[in-house]
Design a protein around this ligand. Sequence first.
Ligand code: UDX
Ligand code: UDX
Length: 469
Amino acid sequence: MPVRRVCCIGAGYVGGPTCSVIAYKCPEIKVTVVDISQPRIDAWNSDELPIYEPGLCDIVKEVRGKNLFFSTDVENAIQMADLIFISVNTPTKTFGVGKGRAPDLKYVESAARKIAEVAKAPKVVVEKSTVPVKAAESISKILRHLSPDIPFQVLSNPEFLAEGTAIRDLLNPDRVLIGGENSTGGHSAIGELSSIYEHWVPKERLITMNTWSSELSKLAANAFLAQRISSINAISAVCEATGANVEEVAHAIGQDSRIGSKFLKASVGFGGSCFQKDVLNLVYLSEVLNLPEVAEYWHQVVLMNDYQRRRFASKIVDRLFQTVTGKCIAIYGFSYKKNTGDTRESSSIHICKHLLDEEAKVVIYDPKVESEQIKLDLTDPGIMNDTTRFDRLVSIVSDPYSAADGAHAIVICTEWDEFVTLDYQRIYNSMQKPAFVFDGRLILDHEKLCQIGFQVEVIGKVVKNSINN
Ligand code: UDX
Ligand code: UDX
């Protein structure tokens, strides 16, 4: 049966862009994205979309109101749909069993319960949220028990888009993974979902498999990507201690076609809503399966990331003559990577925390992140106990030059392109001396900065500075 109506529960970073592209590529399919948050839906229906993603706005404007709709009427959208994506968030649990590691599946479960409650006809339910292995089975059980007369099929169809390039990734995916039950019903559901992607994805890039493999593949893919970053970051520490240059080492390693050159950029640590959560998810899964060595192996990826952040922040204090108390430090970039306004698990938060704990005055500039978001992140109880410290120590400014004015140091936390082309002579002139630059993203011309007079500190590379060398 061809799919005519699609519903997506969860209008977030994944659900919104994914369904916009489906609507854009499948004009005969009516796509309704629903969310419990009225402000989020209002934003999707306005000119100011709730998330920033290059190319997204043009696609939404083209199809919204034609075959793409955003609504809070969850019940109606479920009832009308042939196929339902569950795209709600699955944050790491902050309480109870598995606290700090296991994903919280309460939103996925409530979506499943809602489907069982309102559906009056068979549906294909597609798990898009990243979940632990066997979550599809739990969704199936809930549906079967609450609604025994309706045959549901549950598929796993993990999303691999990266923020900042979501539209490009969705339009031209390396692969689309679909996991389903090995049964007639399962095959037919897989066929229905495949037929949507076949509108624009070459058939050979559609990979079908059993549900558990699909669920695990998503966790494993993110764990492998995160592991590469932790591996190169571990090497960056060795470089700083020896005089080797991490970019040269990464280039040499990446030229081996068995290794490949991507995801070898040393940094101040990976951020984002997925990597840490998914690796911890894998750690927890391994523990529950009584595989402690496997759990410990993957846990190291997250511990190395924490270490890299700590190491970088400590270096700032160390180089500023072992004290930053009362010193003004400009933070360039608050999002977890460029081209997104998303700050979830951003390393900037942790760098700021370290500096604020030392009573530094932090002046933050980011081209996309809203001031309220920065305040929310830094006054989170896990980051700051006493929120009056935020008012006392943190300023948020709307241009990079005023952030640096009177500062002792600039810290590059996000690799925004605009940081590369700033007038660093002008910045230097306005700063306290000696003026420091800490490049946590290896994006600046370090030699030129030294010529201007900056003291330059870089991840994975020793720069000849006048003071420290
Ligand atoms: C997604 C995935 O679903 C997650 O598993 C993956 O690991 C990261 O990407 P994301 O789209 O980034 O999550 O989450 P978010 O932007 O928070 O969007 C989730 C949306 O679901 C929110 O708008 C929230 O309001 C909505 N929601 C949540 C519901 O509509 N119903 C609920 O019961 C819970
Ligand atoms: C990631 C996966 O790439 C994507 O497939 C999955 O669906 C969701 O998780 P995302 O977190 O949006 O996507 O961004 P990604 O580009 O993977 O970057 C994650 C973090 O790693 C960022 O903080 C980035 O700056 C950092 N990173 C990335 C590095 O530090 N070095 C690198 O070489 C690559």
